[in-house]
Write a protein that binds this ligand. Structure first.
Ligand SMILES: CCCCCCCC/C=C\CCCCCCCC(=O)SCCNC(=O)CCNC(=O)[C@H](O)C(C)(C)COP(=O)(O)OP(=O)(O)OC[C@H]1O[C@@H](n2cnc3c(N)ncnc32)[C@H](O)[C@@H]1OP(=O)(O)O
Length: 218
């Protein structure tokens, strides 16, 4: 297995270029932003979202929760920063780099040959009838496909297209094996494939085009 810091070094970082437009033109890798409890804070919010998905509160309880949430939102209002300095998405020591909007995954191995990870769709990722929403599966493929492209090219790429073939139902609360790799590239075009397995059962496959950003491209 390649160490996280070794992988991080293969992705170009350029502080001066990253604030110029709508996308991160380089990639920050951190382990300390947000402090040692940041991961647990994110996890508690995910757990809360799991409960919100399935809760049927009384009006009184909903009002109580709203009051509590207003207090929590006011606390976070005191420490908001811009997207470039937020810990979210940069904390390589945390599931999904600390990005709460992603299904939580743990990287097992990553480098120019591809990325292997374990992803666990949560209760709040429910689509219907107890299984994952297909859009959340696509998000996992997008992020880990983008990572495979980034580790291959040593820079940042944007998704041109992404196709998911849903082969069987994707369970919730089950560690699943997800793999992404660059099948081939032509110039700036990186053709990426992916698979998602529950044990031996193929849940979904992905084929995508990621396009390397040009120098200075936002
Ligand atoms: C322990 C672990 C260690 C961790 C280490 C850290 C590493 C982690 C790193 C990273 C992880 C994060 C990963 C995140 C991933 C998420 C990515 C997203 O979701 S991105 C948001 C969604 N995508 C957009 O919003 C794009 C919108 N589109 C655009 O901005 C442009 O269209 C862009 C930049 C994609 C291309 O525009 P142009 O002007 O630069 O280039 P043109 O000339 O149009 O295209 C280049 C070539 O690509 C083809 N092309 C472009 N789009 C195509 C398409 N949709 N289908 C087919 N071909 C397409 C064109 O035909 C052209 O091909 P010809 O060179 O002529 O052969």
């Amino acid at each position: 297995m390649t160490g996280a810091s070794e992988q991080a070094q293969s992705v170009q970082t350029d502080d001066a270029a990253q604030h110029t437009g709508g996308f991160r033109a380089s990639f920050d890798v951190t382990t300390e932003r947000g402090g040692q409890s940041y991961g647990e804070m994110v996890e508690q919010v995910r757990t809360f979202m799991d409960k919100v998905r399935y809760a049927s509160p009384t009006p009184d309880l909903a009002d109580e929760v709203i009051d509590d949430l207003k207090k929590l939102n006011a606390k976070l209002d005191t420490m908001l920063v811009d997207e470039w300095t937020s810990p979210s998405g940069t904390r390589i020591d945390l599931p999904s780099r600390g990005n709460i909007t992603l299904p939580p995954y743990e990287i097992l191995d990553g480098g120019p040959e591809g990325v292997e990870a374990t992803v666990t769709f949560r209760r709040f990722h429910l689509g219907g009838n107890g299984v994952a929403h297909g859009g959340h599966v696509a998000i996992a493929f997008d992020d880990l496909g983008g990572m495979a492209a980034a580790l291959k090219l040593g820079g940042v790429a944007r998704t041109g297209y992404l196709t998911v073939h849903y082969r069987s139902l994707t369970p919730l609360e089950t560690p699943l094996a997800i793999r992404t790799w660059v099948e081939r590239f032509e110039g700036r075009k990186y053709f990426v494939r992916g698979t998602l397995y529950d044990g031996d059962r193929l849940c979904a496959e992905m084929e995508a085009l990621f396009i390397a950003l040009k120098p200075g491209q936002a």
